[in-house]
Design a protein around this ligand. Sequence first.
Ligand code: HEM
Length: 311
Amino acid sequence: MTRRTNLALAAVLAVATATGVAALLVGEGRAAVVVWAHGAAGFALLALVRPKSRIAVRGVARRGRTAAPGILLGLLVAASVALGLAHAAGTGAFGPLTALGWHIGLALAAVPVAAAHVWSRPPRTRAGDLTRGAFLRAAAVAAVGVAAKLAFERTLGASRAATGSLRRAAPVPTAWLDDTTPRAVATRFTAERLGALPQTAVVCALDCTSGWYSTNRWSGVALVDLLPRLPPGTRSVEVRSATGYARRFGASDLDGIVLATHMDGVPLLPEHGAPARLVAPGRRGYWWVKWVTDIAPSELPAWAQPPFPLT
Ligand code: HEM
């Protein structure tokens, strides 16, 4: 029983972590299934709380101080789940971070602790683990997750996008990690130069991975108008910011992307990316490069970058 509970817990946590990370990587269109599965995996933990707390109490009594990493892991997971639920119930900021930001930070901090915990007492799988009974028990854990998720959405769950993000009237001025708003951006993409080119407008949601989205009207120049002919052999286009931040787009994926100078009819504020920022409908906020200084065609494939920006 102990062994099976531990195996089930490790599996549920692995699914929650994998779907959580995937939720930030998939575009808005495909997010619904991943985000829903993530919530259900989180709620499936409920089915394991009782059996695991018995195991934990016995372990602490037996091991004393050496049980500390296991206790830390329990606390990190519990705090992460509490903040995930607070976000899903509509809580925005919690001090310096959003509730979702705390949730993700605590969950990622739990990963090395969980790895060490499992490493020090690897759960042994046995031939009998793949029996019909084991399958039914796993299905019961999953069913608890789905039922609890449905009940949560009917009661406490706030209205949010398929990505899980909460609505805001205007984008929150954020920058990547420690980047700060540059005041005088030296760029060839000035408002005057871009204003002289054919203009495009698009209404779409900027959906930030810190857990909010805002739908606005963005106008500027479509990338396909800005770069009508790419040099032969171009496989991607790298869009760079004055801060050094950059994202790479596939050369055939530029349709619909706009280099915007205006939001809701008003010139961009510095904190929103002035003089020009990228608007990439359907992609999460980290694709929407601000303070654009360069758009460089390249022979590298679009995947030649970390899937999620790390610096
Ligand atoms: C220990 C692993 C994790 C557990 C147990 C967990 C659990 C949860 C729970 C219970 C919720 C709220 C329930 C719901 O939305 O229906 C939630 C929300 C969320 N989590 Fe996690 N999570 C984990 C790791 C992560 C990671 C690593 C990420 C991202 C890198 C992440 C991203 C999210 C997002 C985007 C939401 C909001 C979904 C929504 O509002 O529907 N989670 N998580």
